[in-house]
Write a protein that binds this ligand. Structure first.
Ligand code: F0G
Length: 462
C-alpha cells in the first residue's frame, strides 16, 4: 500500500451526507437525463464534478470576512487585495471579478474579434467559449506527450513551441489576438507547465509582438510541480516561482474558485499599470460586473480571496494536495487502471477510452464511465472528452477530443483519506465490470454553446 500524506487541517464544522442505494441512483440518473450537471448535489456521496468553488474555507478566511469593507467605490478590501496581488504576482493592476469566466468576458473582446485567433496549450471549456463569443477562433498547441495517458513525463501540460510558431506563421502574427498559457493545463489532465516552457512561449510572443495571457486558475499547484520537477527551480519557494512565471506574461485571468480556495471570485491582472487597455477593462467591468473596485464581489469576498491567495501558496498544503493525487495514482497503478499519468494537480483523469475501447467518441466514453461510477458508489465525476468539446462552431460536426477522460476533480480541504479509499474501491469495481458495458450515449437535446452543462442524453441501446 502506498503511503499517504495526512491532512494538514482538522475539521471544525461538518455537513452530513445522504446515503443512497444503487436503485435510487439509477432513478436519479434517468431523471437527470444522464447529465451529471443535472443531478442534485444532495444525491451525491463524494462530489468530484469540479474542484471549482467547492473548497472549504479556513477559520482565517471566515474571520477576515468580518472586516470586509462594503463601500461601493474605493473600499479598503480592494486596496488590500491590490497589495496582495502586487506582492504575489508583481502585477500593478488587479481587477476583481465574480469568477474566471467573467475575467475572460471582460478581457477577451479587447484582443479578439471576428477573423483573428487565440492559441493555447489547451483551452478549458469556458475559455474556448469566450474566444468564440468574441468572434475569434481557437487554435491549440499542446505538448503531444499529453495524448498518451501511459507516458510518464514531468510537464505534459507544456505548450508545443514548434506548433505555436507554425500556427503564428500560418495565420500571420497580425491575426493572432492572444496566446493563452493555461496553468495547470486542465484539459490535458491538470498537467503542469514548466518555467522553461513559459520562457520559450514568452520569447515567441515577444518576437511576434503577441499578447500573452496566463489562465491561472491552478497557478499554485503548477508552481509546486515546478519546484518538485524542474531541477533549476528546486531551491526556489513556490512564491518565487509564481513571481518568475507571471513576470513573463502581460495579463492573467484567474478563477479564484480553485487554488485561491474561495467559493466564488476571480481576478484579472495586468502587469503594466500604464497599459492603455486597463481603461477598457474597467469599462467592461463596470458594464458587466460592477464598479471596478468590487467587480461583482462583496467586500467580504475580497477579504476571503486575499487570505486564500496566501493559504493556497502554503507549501505544506501543496505538498499534501499533490501527495493526495500521487497516492490515488499509485493505487490505480497497482490495480492496473489507466489514467492520465502522472496524476494531475487537481484530480485524477481516468482514461475512459481504455476502459471502453469499443465505444466510439461520438458515444462519449468519458460520459459512460461517469455514469457507471455514479451508479456504483455515488461518486460524481464529469466527461473531459468529446462530450465536453461539443460541435465545431463552423461545421456543426462533433469534435473528436484528443483524449476521452472522466475527471475526478478533488475539492480542497473537503474530503478525507477514507473518502479517497472508498472512491478507489468504486473505480476498481467499475473497471472489473468494463467488458459488460457495450454501448454509449446519444444526445437527444443540446443548447448551441457549452452544451455539456445542460444537454439531455439517452443510452444508445435503449
Ligand atoms: N480556466 C480554467 C483552466 C478553468 O478550469 C476554469 C473553470 C475557468 C477558466 C473558468 O473559471 O468557473 O471560475 O468561471 N473550471 C472549472 C472546472 C469549472 O470544473 O474545471 P470559472
Amino acid at each position: 500500500m502506498p503511503r499517504f500524506i495526512p491532512e494538514p487541517y482538522r475539521i471544525k464544522m461538518v455537513e452530513p451526507i445522504k446515503m443512497t442505494t444503487r436503485k435510487e441512483r439509477e432513478d436519479y440518473l434517468k431523471e437527470a437525463e444522464y447529465n451529471m450537471f443535472r443531478l442534485r448535489g444532495e444525491d451525491v456521496y463524494v462530489d468530484t464534478l469540479t474542484d471549482s468553488g467547492t473548497n472549504a474555507m479556513s477559520d482565517a478566511q471566515w474571520s477576515a470576512m468580518m472586516i470586509g469593507d462594503e463601500a461601493y467605490a474605493g473600499g479598503k478590501s480592494y486596496y488590500k487585495l491590490l497589495d496582495a496581488c502586487r506582492d504575489i504576482f508583481g502585477y500593478e493592476f488587479t481587477q476583481p471579478v465574480h469568477q474566471g469566466r467573467a475575467a475572460e468576458k471582460v478581457l477577451m473582446p479587447i484582443f479578439l474579434h471576428k477573423g483573428n485567433y487565440a492559441i493555447a496549450n489547451l483551452f478549458f471549456d469556458t475559455t474556448r467559449a469566450h474566444v468564440e463569443i468574441a468572434g475569434a477562433r481557437c487554435l491549440e498547441a499542446c505538448n503531444p506527450e499529453a495524448q498518451d495517458s501511459q507516458l510518464r513525463a514531468p510537464f505534459k501540460g507544456n505548450m508545443d513551441i514548434a506548433q505555436l510558431e507554425r500556427h503564428i506563421l500560418d495565420r500571420g502574427a497580425e491575426n493572432i489576438g492572444m496566446v493563452v498559457m493555461t496553468i495547470t493545463n486542465n484539459s490535458a489532465g491538470g498537467q503542469p507547465v514548466s518555467l522553461q516552457n513559459m520562457r520559450e512561449t514568452a520569447a515567441i510572443c515577444k518576437k511576434f509582438k503577441i499578447h500573452l495571457n496566463i489562465d491561472a486558475a491552478r497557478f499554485a499547484e503548477n508552481a509546486m510541480f515546478v519546484k518538485q520537477r524542474e531541477p533549476a527551480c528546486k531551491d526556489m519557494s513556490v512564491k518565487e516561482i509564481t513571481r518568475a512565471f507571471f513576470a513573463l506574461a502581460d495579463t492573467y485571468t484567474m478563477s479564484a474558485k480553485k487554488d485561491t480556495i474561495v467559493n466564488m471570485g476571480g481576478l484579472l491582472g495586468v502587469k503594466d499599470g500604464k497599459a492603455p487597455y486597463i481603461l477598457k477593462i474597467k469599462a467592461n467591468c463596470i458594464s458587466y460586473e460592477g464598479f471596478y473596485t468590487y467587480g461583482g464581489l462583496t467586500g467580504r469576498d475580497l477579504e476571503a480571496l486575499r487570505v486564500g491567495l496566501y493559504e493556497g501558496l502554503d507549501e505544506n498544503w501543496l505538498r499534501y494536495r499533490l501527495g493526495t493525487m500521487d497516492y490515488m495514482g499509485t493505487r490505480l497503478d497497482e490495480m492496473g487502471i489507466p489514467y492520465q499519468s502522472p496524476a494531475g494537480g487537481h484530480g485524477i483523469f481516468l482514461d475512459a477510452a481504455r476502459f471502453y475501447p469499443h465505444i466510439p467518441y461520438y458515444e462519449f466514453p468519458g460520459q459512460v464511465l461517469a455514469v457507471e461510477l455514479y451508479k456504483e458508489c455515488g461518486l460524481r465525476t464529469c466527461d473531459i472528452g468529446s462530450f465536453m468539446m461539443g460541435n465545431d462552431p463552423d461545421t456543426g460536426e462533433q469534435i473528436k477530443s484528443l483524449n476521452e477522460f472522466t475527471r475526478l476533480a478533488i475539492a480542497r480541504r473537503v474530503y478525507t483519506q477514507s473518502h479517497y479509499d472508498m472512491v478507489l474501491d468504486g473505480i476498481k469495481a467499475v473497471w472489473d465490470n468494463r467488458n459488460n458495458i457495450k454501448h454509449g450515449y446519444r444526445i437527444t437535446w443540446e443548447p448551441p454553446i457549452l452544451r455539456h452543462f445542460q444537454a439531455s442524453l439517452a443510452p444508445v441501446d435503449a
